[in-house]
Design a protein around this ligand. Structure first.
Ligand SMILES: Cc1cc2nc3c(=O)[nH]c(=O)nc-3n(C[C@H](O)[C@H](O)[C@H](O)COP(=O)(O)OP(=O)(O)OC[C@H]3O[C@@H](n4cnc5c(N)ncnc54)[C@H](O)[C@@H]3O)c2cc1C
Length: 479
């Protein structure tokens, strides 16, 4: 659609009560944004509706940032197939769209005889998931590949293809491309009620006024069960499973070369140590089943437990400085698989239970949802090209603007550093504030540029960033 879709986070919805969309996708996490982007290939009127005032404000902003191959998924599940396909699709898309990805590979480390004995079974499971390149390596090779590993590691399963990825840029790339290709993005727009007439339209009540949809997609993450209930559907209950993580300073980066995974247990993938695409090292996550869907705080107990685990995996790591701690909530549903359901009678698709692999699976999930919408009766019309996107370079392994002499010569704003910890320039901040999906606040600016994400956590650059927000962020409310 020429000119792109509307982006707004305040005031009445454009079109008011008469706004009728072919498809409304509710929830602009990585999953909803991927679905909206997939729908944007067709001549359809599509809206992406989000309660928060930015995209990726839920679980999608607080995860472990690994692009999984799906080697350890339960074979034959929907999740196994979609993570595997998603890894392939997102690896290709990341290169095209400028999403930072580093294919460092994983080492699944055995620390005792029981875990050692489990490695061949894990290799066989990987093969059943179509991943035939895993290899068991002995203690000597493991130590050559990871010299800072703690004492007592017996062997490891090497898993090529497991990669580091920037989760923030991924969600933003999907949202940006969706909007450029015609999708309306309604932020600050919680859906509070849905009235569905037989054969007619869904009428949605939102925080910004009413809108109508022929087909509806629930991509509400932690709230997918509550959204289902608005349509009278009661299939599952979401139990938030919290994952707390520690981010170590960039000085620790040389201590770790691969994603260091434990042999998985009943509560999931377990605690890992991994580099990040921003040049830090992550330790986490915990796995705690809670009742509170807003409990994204960290706890002294949780972080102390992580340090204990980290001290065993890479002892030198825990002596390094911690840059930040955060927590995310997985949308667990008591079933070790996704809960993706088409309900043709309601012209409604639920995309639920996307627990710990949704970032990796996102592009494949979106294609799967197109199929479910077709089962519901959606006729998309002919497929067309999406408007291409090229995202800002915020990964450490890629030339950053402050180091790019040609960029600085073209525009001196790329030579003026405003965030000294992360080397973020005035030009990058300015461009983020004027982007297709601009940030609503400093936290959103951090996810787009890394400004304020470093050692001082914004203590030094916050006033300058606020001033730039004032200067360039006037259009951040709406476009
Ligand atoms: C600790 C942790 C580590 C993880 N590590 C990885 C990893 O390494 N690799 C990987 O692939 N995956 C990982 N995951 C999983 C991944 O982060 C999730 O699967 C993914 O982010 C889920 O995205 P989503 O879009 O479904 O949900 P969310 O990102 O939560 O998005 C849902 C959105 O719906 C909105 N919403 C809800 N209700 C309404 C309503 N009524 N009206 C409007 N909007 C609404 C919310 O505001 C929210 O923005 C991890 C998760 C956690 C918690």
């Amino acid at each position: 659609m020429p000119g792109g879709g509307a982006v707004g986070r305040r005031g009445p919805l454009p079109g008011g009560a008469d706004a009728v969309y072919d498809v409304v996708v509710v929830g602009a996490g990585v999953v909803g944004c991927a679905i909206a982007r997939a729908l944007a290939r067709y001549p359809l009127r599509v809206a992406l509706v989000e309660a928060a005032d930015d995209v990726g404000e839920g679980t999608s902003k607080a995860n472990t940032a690994i692009l999984h191959t799906g080697f350890d998924a339960a074979p034959g599940t929907l999740e196994a197939g979609l993570v595997r396909a998603g890894h392939r699709l997102l690896s290709g898309y990341a290169a095209e769209a400028g999403i930072p990805v580093e294919p460092v590979g994983a080492l699944l480390v055995a620390w005792d005889e029981e875990q050692h004995a489990a490695l061949p079974k894990l290799a066989a499971k990987a093969a059943r998931n179509g991943h035939h390149a895993t290899r068991i390596i002995d203690a000597a090779e493991l130590r050559r590949r990871e010299p800072h590993l703690g004492p007592g590691a017996l062997a490891a399963l090497a898993v090529p293809g497991e990669s580091l990825i920037c989760p923030w840029t991924t969600t933003l790339a999907y949202a940006t491309q969706a909007v450029l290709s015609g999708v309306d993005l309604h932020l600050g727009c919680r859906v509070t009620d849905v009235v569905t007439g037989p054969g007619a339209l869904h009428r949605l009540t939102t925080a910004r006024g009413p809108l109508s949809a022929r087909f509806l997609v629930n991509a509400c993450g932690l709230h997918a069960d509550r959204f289902d209930a608005l349509l009278g559907v009661r299939d599952f209950t979401v139990t938030p499973r919290r994952g707390q993580l520690l981010v170590y300073d960039k000085a620790a980066r040389d201590l770790v070369r691969h994603i260091l995974l434990p042999v998985p247990g009943p509560l999931g993938k377990g605690v890992l140590v991994a580099p990040t695409v921003y040049g830090n090292v992550l330790l986490g996550p915990t796995a705690e089943d809670l009742d509170d869907r807003t409990a994204t705080g960290t706890t002294a107990e949780g972080l102390a437990g992580l340090r204990d685990r980290g001290a065993r995996i890479v002892p030198a790591l825990v002596a390094e400085e911690v840059t930040a701690a955060y927590a995310g909530l997985r949308a667990a549903t008591g079933q070790e698989d996704y809960r993706c359901v088409a309900r043709p009678a309601l012209r409604y698709v639920t995309v639920g239970g996307i627990r710990s692999t949704g970032l990796s699976a996102s592009l494949a999930l979106a294609e799967h949802v197109l199929g479910l919408l077709s089962e519901c009766g959606l006729r998309t019309g002919p497929e067309g090209p999406l408007v291409p996107v090229r995202m800002p370079r915020i990964g450490e392994a890629f030339p950053r603007p402050y180091r790019d002499a040609a960029a600085v010569a073209r525009d001196p704003a790329f030579g003026t550093v405003v965030c000294h910890c992360e080397h973020v320039t005035r030009g990058e901040v300015r461009d983020a504030l004027a982007s297709v999906v601009p940030p609503a606040a400093l936290d959103g600016l951090r996810r787009r540029t890394r400004a304020g994400a470093g050692r001082c956590q914004g203590t030094h650059c916050r006033p300058a960033l606020r001033a730039l927000f004032e200067e360039y962020g006037k259009g951040a409310g709406a476009r």
